[in-house]
Design a protein around this ligand. Structure first.
Ligand code: IMP
Ligand code: MG
Length: 192
């Protein structure tokens, strides 16, 4: 690489690191919820890979459910989201764990927590793989956290850029989004 050029990729979380941490999170959830049957609510689509690994590390009769949302046309700045797909089942009286891929400003998860709390679950906790806390606008109570990450746009292991790169086995922080758009191979090929 030319001298003075910064690498287009910053943070890298390797598959082994991710799987080890997710297994620890599953063990923690198992301990904390002994004797219970929590419902893991995952937010489509980014959280699906995380959820799939997480449930296999939880030794409890867990159930899973899904929500799909989209931000309103303000780029998500209001934190108001539209529910495109709601839960299949009621959560009243249940122990609910909201599973998120990443918490950035915190607006989305705050909206979802308010929405879910209104349905009167017995308990409601947040489990997030990634915490980009430097960008936080609203404080979020994260009960289970995978990794703290710096202010970089991350892709892989479920996280996308324009719908792509969810299938990368690593999570990578892209410092140069233009480079990703113009020459994706150069950036992602070491991490597939
Ligand atoms: P928040 O409302 O700002 O916390 O944003 C949460 C949502 O934005 C996440 O659930 C992701 O879908 C998306 N998001 C935030 N940061 C990233 C990123 O670095 N890569 C991919 N998606 C992201
Ligand atoms: Mg998301």
């Amino acid at each position: 690489m030319a001298e003075g050029a910064t690498s287009p990729v910053g943070l890298v979380l390797e598959p082994d690191q991710i799987h080890k941490r997710v297994a620890e999170m599953g063990a923690e959830i198992t301990r904390d919820h002994a004797g219970r049957s929590p419902i893991l609510v995952a937010v489509l689509k980014g959280s699906v890979l995380f959820l799939a690994d997480l449930v296999r590390s939880i030794d409890l009769p867990v159930r899973v459910d899904f929500m799909a949302i989209s931000s309103y046309g303000d780029g998500g700045r209001s934190g108001v989201v539209r529910i495109l797909k709601d839960l299949s089942d009621a959560i009243e009286g249940e122990d609910v764990i909201l599973v998120e891929d990443i918490i950035d400003t915190g607006l989305t998860v705050t909206y979802l927590l308010t929405n879910l709390r209104a349905r009167k679950p017995r308990s409601l906790e947040v489990c997030a793989l990634l915490d980009k806390s430097v960008r936080r606008i609203i404080e979020v109570p994260i009960r289970y956290k995978g990794f703290d990450i710096p202010d970089e746009f991350v892709i892989g292991y479920g996280l996308d850029h324009n719908g792509r790169y969810r299938n990368l086995r690593s999570i990578i922080g892209v410092r140069d989004i233009d480079a990703l758009d113009t020459d994706p191979e150069r950036i992602v090929s070491p991490y597939v």
